[in-house]
Structure formats: structure tokens, C-alpha cells
Ligand binder design. Structure first.
Ligand code: AMP
Length: 422
């Protein structure tokens, strides 16, 4: 019979790799909560309209990448492609501005985009998402980026850089858009068909295009920074000086526009040269008009999302982490020893010792091989003879030395021995 496989681009996270995920999640929670963020969990499915209105009709995500489908009543639903829109929706729906403590949120979970899968790009992927509402001060922009860098540092990620830009605001961006449209009109013949269409509907998107000839065509294009109004210029300048005060290195990247329409003013990305084409590990920016556009109060917002798959790929390159190695393996020989060993393992676990066991026994050789594979430092060898004598050997797997453990109160004896070794 044909075997059913997982959907292309949607991955199982197996027990052998789940520790990476747990380590990233634990560190994320610790860092985010120390900066005053609180967790929010929103549904994975939302009305299509939420994403179309927030991300922008003419973005790649909305045009090509969303998993949307009608439900049984013909209402269009979408598997969330990102978290910001859902969090803003929840904030408005539950009137959370009435509770001034709840202004910083984070969310960890799966997102869905119908992209062409390759290393670091999947159809179901996971993000750690952070959002702050109600604060327009550039000090917050700097803090958000500082926090993102602190998080990566805490994890030990290497080979990443922070790139920043300002996209201006609703007052100054139209001037830039006009200048860019005029510039692109002269280069129309050199653009790929997608960009040729984009230059009419959403010309800033052309900066996102990965096609070589579009990149060349953008040589000499106008730069956003030359079009910023005095307020945006001042905001961006202050973001940079606060980042410097915090000792966070950054690079200006005047072409970074990001793929979502709601961004304005500060945008940023953490990039790496270690993941091939998928060079963005995380990114975000300010979206001061989004809350109002979605029918809520006119509150500013800023946030970012980190791609967990890419982060874990980087971590795997930066350091080795094999998860929790068991403290002890109990090898057994004979039926009585099997039952005694089983009981002992459960007792040790209840007292916080990571004990392992070969259910069903097997030969001593195969049990030792398994213990070796797990990297367990100590193996207790329990046979019917040992049970008779009330003593069993505990083998140190690297030195091969053995000590005798009294079985009268084996749990306590083992715990004391392991404590002395650590
Ligand atoms: P975005 O929401 O597009 O700003 O993306 C934020 C981060 O999510 C990116 O920097 C990536 O690390 C990650 N990401 C976005 N799309 C994908 C994808 N299809 N597969 C894996 N990670 C992704």
C-alpha cells in the first residue's frame, strides 16, 4: 500500500532534534519576559481579509503565498502567514489598551506560506514574534533591536549582523515612491515581468527582487534616506544614536524595504552569510498606522519575527548541543533483575535523575552498546547474582572503572555517587 507522506515543505520535528527547539523557546521566553513581554496565543486560522488588509494586497505573501480556502459556509479563511496581524486583531478585539500593563506581547508558533521549499525555506515554518503597542519613542526601536541581538547572543549564534533602514512615513514616502516610479519607468525594459508589474502597483517591492537583472537595473535608484521628512529623519537619527549607546553594532541598508506593506519608519533585519540564499534570520519594523487601519485605536506599533528553522540551522553550525544526556543507564540480566531495574529507574526519575533502561533487556553487550550510543557516563549492571549479593557494579563508561553500589537503598546510593562525580 502506498505510504502517506507529510506535505512538501512541512516538516516533522523528531525527538532527536527537538532539544534545539526547546532550548530556543526557553531562551526566548527568558529574554522576552525580562524585557516585559507577555505571551499571547492566537488562532492559526483567521479570516483572509485580516491578512489582505494588513500585509497588503500587492505583496508576495498575499498575492502568491497564502494558504486560503473557503469553509463549509463559503467564508474565506487563511492559515496565518505571520503573527503581527493576528496580535493586532486580538488587541483590538479584547480592548487591551484599557490595560496599560499589557503592551508588549510575544508569540511562538507555526506560520504558513506557499513558497518553493528549499533549505531554510518551508511551507510550514515557525516564528518567535514580538510586538509592542502604544510607544512611538525611538528609544523603543533601539530597545527592540537590542533585545533581538541579546537573544541571539544568549543562544551563542555567530555570524549575524543587524541591518537597519527607515521607510519614512505616510507624509514623505509618497515623494519617494513618485521619484522611484519615474526612475523605474526609464528602466522598464530591464526589469523582470514581475517587477515590471510591481513598478505600477507597489514600486518599493522592486528592491526585494532577487533576479540579477533587476538588481542591476536598480543601480543609481533614488534612496529613501534622501526623501525622509524632518520628523522621520530625526526619529531615525535618534534610533541610531540609542543603538550606539547600547553598544549594538548595525549597518545602514538603504535598499531594505521588507516584504510587508504595513511597515513605516524603522525597519531592520538580522542577516547572515551562512545560510546561502535564505540570508534573513529575523526582521521587523515599525507599523504606526496598522492598528487604526484594522479598526482599532490610533496607536503606534513595532515588532519583529525570527524564523526558528533558520535560527536552529545557524545554531547547529555555531555549536554542538546534544540535548540532555541521561545520567545513568541500568543494564539488566535475567527476569528478576529486569523487574527490579524497571522499578529502580522509575524511582530515580522521580528524584530528578535522568535514568535510562533497555525495556525487555537483551544481551549485556547490546545494552552496553545502547548506553554508549546515548553517551551515558555511568551504567549500573544488575543481574540475579547481584540481587542475591545485595551489591552491583557501576561502570564509568570513559575510564571503564567500576565501583560497588549497595542495593539496600540503591536510589540514595546512586544519587550520592552521581552528586560526588558532578
Ligand atoms: P517575515 O515575516 O517575512 O518578515 O519573516 C521573518 C523571518 O521568518 C525571516 O527572517 C525568516 O527567518 C523566517 N521566514 C520567513 N519565511 C519563511 C519560510 N518560508 N521558511 C522558513 N522561514 C521563514
Amino acid at each position: 500500500m502506498e505510504r502517506i507522506q507529510a506535505i512538501k515543505g512541512m516538516n516533522d520535528i523528531l525527538p532527536s532534534e527537538v532539544h534545539w527547539w526547546q532550548a530556543v523557546e526557553t531562551t526566548a521566553r527568558e529574554v522576552l519576559e525580562s524585557f516585559g513581554y507577555r505571551e499571547i496565543r492566537t488562532p492559526i486560522v483567521e479570516k483572509l481579509e485580516l491578512f489582505a488588509r494588513s500585509i497588503g494586497e500587492s505583496t508576495d505573501i498575499v498575492e502568491k503565498e497564502m494558504y486560503s480556502f473557503p469553509d463549509r459556509k463559503g467564508r474565506w479563511l487563511t492559515l496565518r502567514p505571520e503573527a503581527t496581524a493576528s496580535i493586532v486583531r486580538a488587541y483590538i478585539q479584547h480592548n487591551l489598551q484599557a490595560d496599560p500593563l499589557v503592551q508588549k506581547f510575544y508569540c511562538i508558533g507555526p506560520m504558513f506560506r506557499h513558497e518553493r521549499p528549499q533549505k531554510g525555506r518551508y511551507r510550514q515554518f515557525h516564528q518567535i514574534d514580538a510586538e509592542v503597542f502604544g510607544i512611538e519613542d525611538p528609544m523603543l526601536d533601539a530597545e527592540v533591536m537590542f533585545m533581538l541581538c541579546r537573544f541571539l547572543e544568549r543562544l551563542g549564534v555567530q555570524g549575524v549582523g543587524l541591518h537597519i533602514n527607515s521607510l519614512g512615513c505616510r507624509r514623505c514616502r509618497p515623494d519617494f515612491r513618485e521619484a522611484l516610479t519615474a526612475f523605474l519607468a526609464h528602466r522598464a525594459g530591464e526589469l523582470c515581468p514581475d517587477c515590471d508589474r510591481r513598478r505600477h502597483v507597489n514600486p518599493l517591492r522592486v528592491f526585494d527582487c532577487k533576479v540579477e537583472r533587476c538588481r542591476d537595473a536598480l543601480d543609481g535608484a533614488p534612496e529613501l534616506q534622501d526623501y525622509l521628512c524632518p520628523d522621520c529623519r530625526d526619529h531615525f537619527h535618534r534610533v541610531q544614536s540609542y543603538l550606539s549607546d547600547l553598544g549594538t553594532p548595525f549597518e545602514l541598508d538603504p535598499r531594505m524595504v521588507r516584504g510587508l506593506d504595513y511597515y513605516m519608519r524603522t525597519t531592520f533585519e538580522v542577516v547572515t552569510d551562512r545560510l546561502g540564499a535564505q540570508n534573513a534570520v529575523g526582521g521587523g519594523g515599525r507599523y504606526d498606522g496598522l492598528m487604526k487601519d484594522l479598526g482599532g485605536p490610533d496607536l503606534p506599533g513595532i515588532g519583529f519575527a525570527i524564523g526558528m528553522e533558520r535560527l536552529i540551522l545557524l545554531l547547529q553550525q555555531s555549536r554542538s548541543h546534544s540535548g540532555r544526556v541521561p545520567d545513568l543507564f541500568v543494564a539488566v540480566l535475567g527476569d528478576r533483575a529486569l523487574r527490579e531495574g524497571f522499578r529502580l529507574v522509575q524511582g530515580l526519575r522521580a528524584r530528578g535523575i535522568a535514568a535510562e533502561f533497555s525495556y525487555g533487556g537483551g544481551s549485556l553487550k547490546s545494552q552496553m552498546r545502547r548506553a554508549d550510543k546515548l553517551g551515558v557516563p555511568h551504567v549500573l549492571i544488575l543481574g540475579d547474582e547481584e540481587l542475591e549479593s545485595g551489591k552491583a557494579p557501576l561502570r564509568n563508561m570513559s575510564s571503564k572503572e567500576q565501583v560497588e553500589i549497595s542495593l539496600a537503598d540503591a536510589e540514595t546510593a546512586l544519587m550520592e555517587y552521581l552528586r560526588r562525580c558532578s
